[in-house]
Design a protein around this ligand. Structure first.
Ligand SMILES: Nc1nc2c(ncn2[C@@H]2O[C@H](COP(=O)(O)OP(=O)(O)OP(=O)(O)O)[C@@H](O)[C@H]2O)c(=O)[nH]1
Ligand SMILES: [Zn+2]
Length: 343
């Protein structure tokens, strides 16, 4: 379920009509009314890589800094922004970001579950691709559940991308996720140095903005390189002793899929996914079959307590034959907020 912009950091939202081109600029006109729209594809030490003229003949990459009037407002990969200054994209050009447009979705996490400081990871993505290896390193089910919760909280659709199917059978793993009805794609590297299963991945990413998350060593860079030839992402080598990958990627970056068929946003390997900001009511909206049964719940029900009306609702068959396992899985996700954030 998409969330409305008002759920997000209100300080962000300076709604001003973009009247670019409708009137000649006069000196008493504020600069941001003549600004050029752009999309942020990379952030590095206070410098933003943005794309201007997306999909036009005059598409170009521009380097930008934040304008002082933005205050402390964060700008992240995926943000739609407005630029002024030198927007030519010539090598020495540096534009200024004067406005961040209202975000459609916002993927965030906290360092741990009690940390009040949220870190925004990516804006405006549609889909969260949780990348997990089936072996080497072993899947981390609680971390995966946490990512699913974060996707639901962000208003994004989750997708499981299971790599290294040449090393282990995906079936037992998938059983755990069947009641959640999370779609999954499965890949394996081949002897010929290629990747099997890519067509299904491409289909799932088609036309969408997808964020890839996963812990180090799961094969995320390998996947990105296969999807976006020349993506230049370094691939690390898993340490044979610990099974852990080297931490090779350092910042989120948006990469366009070939033929303009959507975007993948690669993120640095995560170790934990703090969920301090998550509201259970937002999670349950992604389970419409169960949400319909919460009318009889006590006020402020956590949906994981004795008085919760969902047990009766499911027992009476209102959520269909899968109701019991759906409710169990929903509760598993709700409970994941109380487990160690890094497990
Ligand atoms: N057997 C097997 N190995 C794979 C597969 N995909 C990736 N690998 C290997 O796993 C190791 C880690 O892959 P990366 O793509 O670097 O992993 P990553 O998730 O990007 O890790 P970081 O860059 O550390 O975040 C590399 O040695 C890859 O060659 C696969 O499908 N099967
Ligand atoms: Zn309840």
């Amino acid at each position: 379920m998409a969330r409305s912009a008002s759920d997000y950091d209100e300080s962000d939202v300076r709604i001003r009509p973009n009247k670019r081109g409708s009137r000649p600029r006069s000196k008493d006109r504020p600069a941001h009314l003549d600004a050029v729209p752009a999309m942020v594809t990379g952030v590095d030490r206070g410098r933003y890589t943005v794309i201007v003229g997306l999909g036009t003949d005059n598409e170009r990459v521009v380097l930008a800094m934040r304008a002082r009037e933005l205050g402390r407002k964060g700008i992240v990969v995926g943000d739609d922004v407005a630029l002024v200054g030198d927007v030519t994209g010539s090598p020495d050009a540096l534009a200024r970001i004067v406005r961040v447009e209202t975000r459609r979705t916002l993927l965030r996490r906290t360092a741990d579950d009690t940390d009040p400081v949220e870190r925004v990871i990516v804006a405006n993505a549609d889909q969260l691709v949780v990348v997990s290896a089936l072996a080497n390193p072993e899947p981390r089910p609680r971390l995966i559940d946490r990512c699913l919760v974060a996707a639901y909280d962000a208003g994004m659709d989750p997708l499981l991308a299971l790599t290294k199917a040449d090393l282990a059978d995906p079936a037992p793993f998938l059983e755990n996720y069947a009641p959640l009805e999370v779609p999954a794609v499965i890949t394996a590297t081949t002897d010929a140095d290629g990747t099997d299963g890519l067509d299904a991945v491409r289909d799932a990413l088609h036309g969408r903005v997808s964020v890839l998350v996963g812990h180090s060593g799961v094969g995320k860079s390998t996947l990105v390189n296969a999807l976006v030839p020349g993506a230049y992402r370094a691939t690390g080598v898993v340490n044979d002793v610990t099974g852990r990958g080297r931490h090779t990627s350092t910042s989120a970056v948006a990469l366009r899929l070939p033929d303009g068929d959507g975007w993948v946003i690669d993120t640095p390997g995560i170790r934990s996914f703090g969920l301090a900001h998550v509201d259970p009511e937002r999670i349950i909206t992604h389970f419409p079959d169960l949400e319909a049964g919460t009318d009889e719940c006590p006020r402020g029900c956590s949906h994981d307590e004795e008085e919760c009306a969902l047990d009766t609702w499911v027992a009476e068959g209102h959520a269909g034959p899968a109701g019991t396992s759906r409710l169990e899985s929903l509760r598993r996700l709700l409970r994941t907020r109380h487990t160690q954030s890094g497990d």
